[in-house]
Design a protein around this ligand. Structure first.
Ligand code: AMP
Length: 226
């Protein structure tokens, strides 16, 4: 494994649902010693814990819409105060609106920092419904799998930790995916130009094999964390 980066970095993975942000963020986390920060995971934890934010977010998430910036920013800021974030973060699923992108810039600039690198995972919408409807994760270690593209080595047993408990997300169904894709195009895709104008954007073709995409992303991250 590579040494920890000398400079803590802020990386963003942009892309529609199913583009592989979570899978790739976990692989980059292991390789570069960065911390994956997924607002979707934070929101799902808030829903499971029944917090006020979780109660407000639940129905929006089930319908495939975007949770309000206020709720998402409060949850993110909370997480950003934890000590492990100092290692550098890979933001997965955040920002998703221009308001969130501007709030992130303001948050980082208070600490004299800025977003270091944004990787746009470029995929075709049609393939995303198939990708999402087959995916599941280990209920214990969180490793991600797919019925067709990344099955467990032994059926029903997590390849990483040996657990036999698995989860499928409630919003990973064809109808909700279409809503999530349309929210992505309307509100999140404009951020590609926002970060391109700042000179921090790299586009990566994310339609191929997981390993090849990981390699392409690793080359980008290596430059930022060197
Ligand atoms: P994800 O796990 O990133 O696919 O997110 C699952 C759902 O959580 C999304 O469909 C949204 O409803 C909500 N969500 C996650 N991140 C955000 C965000 N940054 N802004 C608004 N809603 C979000």
């Amino acid at each position: 494994m590579k040494d920890l980066p000398a400079t803590p970095a802020t990386l963003i993975l942009l892309g529609p649902p199913g583009a592989g942000k979570g899978t790739q963020a976990r692989l980059l986390e292991d390789r570069f010693g960065l911390v994956q920060l997924s607002t979707g995971d934070l929101l799902r934890s808030a829903v499971a814990a029944g917090t006020e934010a979780g109660k407000a977010a639940k129905s929006v998430m089930e319908a495939g819409g975007l949770v309000s910036d206020d709720i998402v920013l409060a949850i993110l800021k909370d997480r950003m105060t934890e000590a492990d974030v100092a290692k550098g973060v890979i933001l997965d699923g955040f920002p998703r609106t221009s308001g969130q992108a501007e709030a992130l810039d303001a948050l980082l600039s208070e600490a004299g920092k800025a977003v270091d690198s944004v990787i746009s995972l470029e995929v075709e919408d049609d393939a995303m419904v198939t990708r999402i409807s087959g995916r599941f994760t280990c209920g214990d270690c969180g490793e991600g799998y797919h019925d067709t593209f990344k099955p467990t080595k032994t059926e029903g047993v997590c390849t990483k930790c040996g657990s036999t408990a698995f989860k499928r997300r409630a919003d990973d169904n064809a109808e909700t995916v279409r809503e999530r894709l349309s929210a992505y195009h309307a509100q999140t895709a404009p951020l590609i130009a926002y970060y391109d104008n700042k000179g921090v954007l790299t586009r990566v073709d994310a339609m191929g094999q997981i390993d090849a995409i990981t390699e392409a992303l690793g080359n980008v991250v290596e430059k930022v964390t060197a």
